[in-house]
Design a protein around this ligand. Structure first.
Ligand SMILES: [Zn+2]
Length: 168
């Protein structure tokens, strides 16, 4: 489809008007976080992250590390409690990705996530994908009371990544 189509123009308008849309892939496509293998709880976190509802905004939440009224920028390299998981993700990814202004490392990596679970099962992705899910879970834990964690609330919740042979 031509880049000058009305629908692409609408996307560009939305990107200019919304920070959460700016952080998504620049082309019109279904975000793979909506369908790649993940438990319902992790899907909930992925969507909340994409909508900028995790860690949540107004009123800004405090972090368990002691930082007050934190934004998502705190959950990059700032929060000392998140550093071990960042190290895991960086090791899995192979390098710290270049992050444009206004973006977050998690969004940069999510925008590179394969669009099929077959490709997701190759290369570094079987390690990167769970590392991202772990970071989002920890961000939820750090900015909420312990009892807020949703793990196990949905029937059949399982964070394991299915093997391609299990996919039909
Ligand atoms: Zn913190």
């Amino acid at each position: 489809m031509s880049s000058s189509s009305p629908r692409n123009g609408e996307l560009e308008k939305r990107r200019q008007a919304s920070l959460s849309v700016q952080c998504l892939r620049p082309t019109r496509t279904i975000d793979p976080v909506l369908y790649l293998p993940a438990s319902q709880t992790n899907r909930h976190r992925l969507i909340n992250w994409r909508l900028h509802w995790l860690p949540g905004y107004y009123p800004w939440k405090d972090c368990r590390c002691g930082a007050r009224a934190v934004t998502r920028d705190h959950y990059s390299l700032v929060c000392p409690l998140l550093r071990p998981l960042w190290q895991e993700l960086t090791d899995a990814y192979g390098t710290a990705p270049s992050v444009p202004s206004g973006m977050h490392t998690i969004d940069v990596i999510l925008n590179k996530i394969p669009r099929t679970d077959v490709v997701l099962s190759n290369g570094r992705w079987p390690t990167i994908w769970p590392a991202i899910l772990s970071i989002l879970r920890e961000i939820e834990r750090l900015c909420h009371p312990e009892d807020h964690l949703l793990d196990g609330e949905f029937p059949g919740d399982d964070i394991s990544l299915p093997l391609p042979s299990e996919h039909d």
